[in-house]
Write a protein that binds this ligand. Structure first.
Ligand SMILES: *Cc1c(COP(=O)(O)O)cnc(C)c1O
Length: 849
């Protein structure tokens, strides 16, 4: 139709309920079921139809309905309660201003709510939980990401059970984002020079409680089509698009923060994707704050935090230099760093002509605070990256761990939250790990806990039936099939959930290894068991798609089709229903490939019991009283053999322990021992696996020290940073002059006893360096049969005196406290612990060179 002009008419919200509009503009509602209920009760049908998206919802609500609400006493009281909470948590000014002004968190994806489709899975959901906890804890944080025009794909299966992908459009008018303006009132626009011209992006602001999230958007008429592609799809497009996404996130994102008036003290690189931010930080410090390049490097690297999320090699991003170089050259004028230098930063040391840049290496090199996401993953990451610090023992590689945690209020079922309010007291929301809170878990009456859980399980089953019906309708199923879909699963049966990305290492089909044994389990009518699966395969992962097909084919057998289902389109909504409603959460990753995993924590805090291989977080969480371990946490060479052993172990657990425990009902219909395990499970999560605990660790161990370092290094014309530069230059020029002689004991140590002490001394030549620059360390500990030190203890040796010029004698006492085979040696390192973290580091061992 010619000349057709389109516009939308939204209802005029009456004054008494105008707070609803405020509420739609901040994702705070996404972790407050009370607030969601406020929307839902207006029009439950429309709420569901609009995908629980308050903006889409409110723009579609009938005007008369809103006018009615304006004098509905019950509704207004409900609104008042939500509003009070909102004002307290979001709008009130913190009692004490943090001295540390801001931590900037960068991530390629954020999983905050299913209606905000800028996430794909675990990494994004973790980032979302991170921000929510930061808001609850009032940390001075700001976040940066990309606004994709299409969300991660929606999954559906065709009639051959083969995964199909559909990409939903994110309609900006239905997202709670607002354009961002600078101080002079101009809309902020970021320009990034690329090889074939300028990439432009505008910036949107999203509110997550108290935390603003700045999202860059390149879908502008002024951009040529390939540039608009940059923010078209999360993880979509080829390598070039991905590279541009990461340049936009890191460099563009940092510049967006500057334009919006932020001067972050600490930047958190959430996975290698965001590692380019260091380049923009350096450019800012050199160009606008007038630091020399080397001083800027000291500041940036000492105030960056880098979190690596996967030990799977393919998950650690690399870019080919032939693709990357033209991009870095185009950017050179703007950031002032030669392409070769950036490429060298992202490559192993002393590599003459690297063919690719590793975003993980770039992240590690430009951050002094590095971590993996569980204790096991920390040690795997140290081994994986130890080649970057060839002279350090593996246990000293500067990558630590902060075990992931989950945001309890986002994942806890409302019925459970009510029990927690009543028996643990309101503090569980703010201080979930408080010993007082934990001690009260015991006071929740068993029958109340069990009834609540049964109500929640029933909700899962209703959701499963609805979705199965929709799935069958989409595939034009017969009437009989539809009737079955409407009544799958049993409200009282032991319900086992398995939902995650269908990556092959997660072994979704481990339970199918002995089909007859599984059929017997599922076919038992006395003690029924049912299985609910969900999860997406990466669009390019044929192997993952085959696993889905295998599961669905199996579940179609007539004798079990009411007891085993696959729910399509796993997202945060399906995840919530599942983790809240299942009795058992199953996880079967091949150790040590699951860095952490978090879905098991979500299930556990709802009273679900985990059954998992000892990988990721479960190595830390598992105890006999709170769940089950499949196998003994060993790593195998022969993968097929491993699958065989671990699937047997899983069947045995199910048959001998899990099913009997669930159906052991001495007190009428209450499974007493099971309920005890549920409480232990809740205790474990609240005590150790919440995002509050995780944030407190990042804050105490990284953000606060990083902020202090930022101030210390940049004040008084960056005197601190310049001192470090001089020190580093001195080390670079003279470290090779340092040598340490083999240390000797002052007595015969062929036979020593527990309690004996002896002195060790060594001679050291410091060349042109001074004793004030260098720490001589005694390094000792137990030794294994290969003469490798297994657990080292490091102590500074005392300077006894100079012998000749530059040659000094050092000494230290050793006390033998336990029996065993021990060894000692000595080494020279720069004074001040931080230098160990630079790559490859200055270090000279006794007898070296
Ligand atoms: C929690 C969550 C994940 C991460 O779970 P894993 O334990 O890593 O599998 C992935 N996707 C969604 C939607 C989630 O809610």
């Amino acid at each position: 139709m010619n000349g057709l002009q389109l516009f939308n008419v939204a209802p005029a919200v009456p004054e008494p309920v105008r707070f609803l509009e405020t509420l739609t503009r901040n994702l705070w509602w996404s972790w407050h079921p009370d607030a969601q209920e406020l929307f839902r009760r207006i029009d439950p049908h429309l709420w569901r139809q609009t995908g629980h998206n308050p903006l889409a919802f409110l723009s579609g609500v009938d005007q008369r309905r809103l006018e009615k609400l304006a004098d509905d006493e019950g509704f207004l009281e409900h609104q008042r309660q939500v509003r009070e909470r909102f004002e307290l948590e979001v709008e009130s000014v913190p009692a004490e201003e943090e001295s540390c002004r801001s931590v900037a968190y960068f991530s390629l994806e954020y999983g905050i709510h299913e209606s905000m489709k800028i996430y794909s899975g675990g990494l994004g959901v973790l980032a979302g939980d991170h921000l929510k906890a930061a808001s609850d804890m009032r940390l001075p944080m700001v976040a940066v990401g990309l606004l994709y025009r299409q969300g991660y794909f929606e999954q559906y299966l065709n009639s051959e059970a083969w995964q199909q992908e559909h990409y939903p459009e994110n309609e900006v008018q239905h997202l709670p984002v607002q354009k961002v303006f600078d101080e002079s009132g101009h809309q902020i626009e970021i320009e990034l020079p690329l090889p074939d011209g300028m990439l432009r992006a505008v910036v949107w602001r999203l509110e997550v409680g108290r935390i603003p999230v700045y999202l860059l958007d390149a879908n502008l008429p002024g951009n040529p089509p390939p540039y608009r592609e940059v923010t078209a799809q999360l993880y979509g497009g080829g390598r070039e698009t991905r590279l541009r996404q990461e340049l936009l996130l890191g460099i563009g994102g940092y510049r967006a923060l500057l334009a919006a008036g932020y001067r972050p003290h600490v930047c958190h690189i959430n996975e290698g994707h965001a590692a380019f931010l260091s380049l923009a930080r350096l450019a800012h410090l050199t160009r606008e704050e007038h630091l020399e390049r080397e001083a800027a490097i000291e500041v940036v690297s000492r105030t960056n935090v880098f979190t690596t999320h996967t030990p799977v090699p393919a998950g650690n991003e690399v870019f080919r230099v032939d693709l990357l170089r033209p991009h870095l050259e185009a950017l050179e004028e703007q950031i002032g760093i030669p392409a070769d230098e950036v490429i060298a930063w992202g490559s192993p040391p002393h590599q003459p002509e690297p063919a690719e840049l590793s975003m993980t290496i770039l992240g590690l090199r430009m951050s002094h605070f590095n971590n993996g996401v569980s204790e096991l993953h920390g040690s795997v990451a140290r081994r994986m990256w130890s080649f970057l610090w060839p002279k350090l023992q593996e246990d000293e590689v500067p990558i630590t761990h902060v075990t992931n945690g989950v945001h309890i209020q986002s994942w806890l079922a409302p019925e459970m939250a009510q029990l927690f309010d009543r028996y643990l007291g309101p503090q569980w929301r703010w201080h979930p790990g408080d010993p007082e809170v934990l001690a009260h878990i015991e006071y929740i009456p068993d029958d109340e806990l069990w009834r609540a859980h049964e109500v929640i399980r029933s909700r899962l089953i209703r959701t499963a039936r609805e979705r199965m019906t929709q799935q069958y309708q989409r595939r034009n199923a017969t009437r009989a099939e539809l009737a079955q879909a409407r009544s799958v699963l049993d409200h009282d049966a032991l319900t086992i959930g398995f939902a995650r990305r269908f990556a092959t290492y997660k072994r979704a089909t481990l339970l199918l290894r002995d089909p007859d044994r599984l059929l017997r389990l599922l076919g038992n009518d006395e003690r029924p068991v049912q299985l609910v699966f969900a999860g997406k395969a990466h669009p390019a992962d044929e192997g993952g798609k085959r696993l889905i097909r295998e599961l669905v084919d199996f579940a179609r057998r007539a004798e079990i089709r009411m007891r085993m289902i696959f729910l399509e389109d796993y997202d945060m909504y399906v995840a919530r229903r599942l983790v809240q409603g299942v009795d058992v959460w199953l996880n079967t990753p091949r150790r040590p490939l699951e860095a952490s995993g978090t879905s098991g924590m979500k299930a556990a805090v709802n009273g679900g019991l985990n059954v998992s291989t000892l990988d990721g977080w479960w190595c830390e969480g598992y105890a006999r009283e709170n769940g089950w371990a499949i196998g003994r946490g060993v790593e195998y060479e022969d993968l097929d053999y491993q699958d065989s052993v671990e699937s047997q172990a899983l069947y045995n657990l199910l048959e001998d322990e899990i099913i009997p425990a669930f159906y052991d009902r001495p007190l009428g219909d209450l499974p007493g021992n099971w309920v005890k395990m549920m409480k232990a499970s809740i205790h474990m999560v609240l005590g150790r696996f919440t995002s509050h605990r995780m944030l407190a660790e990042y804050q105490d161990r990284f953000y606060r020290p990083g902020c202090r370092d930022f101030e210390r290094l940049t004040e008084e014309g960056a005197r601190g940073a310049r001192t470090l530069v001089e020190q580093r230059r001195r080390f670079e020029a003279h470290w090779h002059e340092v040598s340490v002689e083999d240390p000797v004991a002052d007595r015969n140590i062929v036979s020593v006893h527990v309690g004996d002490s002896f002195a060790v001394s060594t001679r050291v030549n410091l060349g042109s360096l001074d004793p004030e620059d260098v720490d001589i360390q005694l390094y000792f500990g137990p030794v294994d049969s290969h003469n490798r030190m297994t657990r080292s203890e490091v102590r500074s040796m005392e300077l006894e005196g100079g012998e000749r010029e530059n040659a000094h004698r050092y000494r230290q006492e050793v006390t033998c406290r336990t029996t065993g085979r021990f060894g000692f040696t000595a080494r020279a390192v720069p004074k001040g612990d931080e230098w160990r973290k630079i790559m490859p580091g200055f270090i000279t061992w006794a007898g070296e060179g």
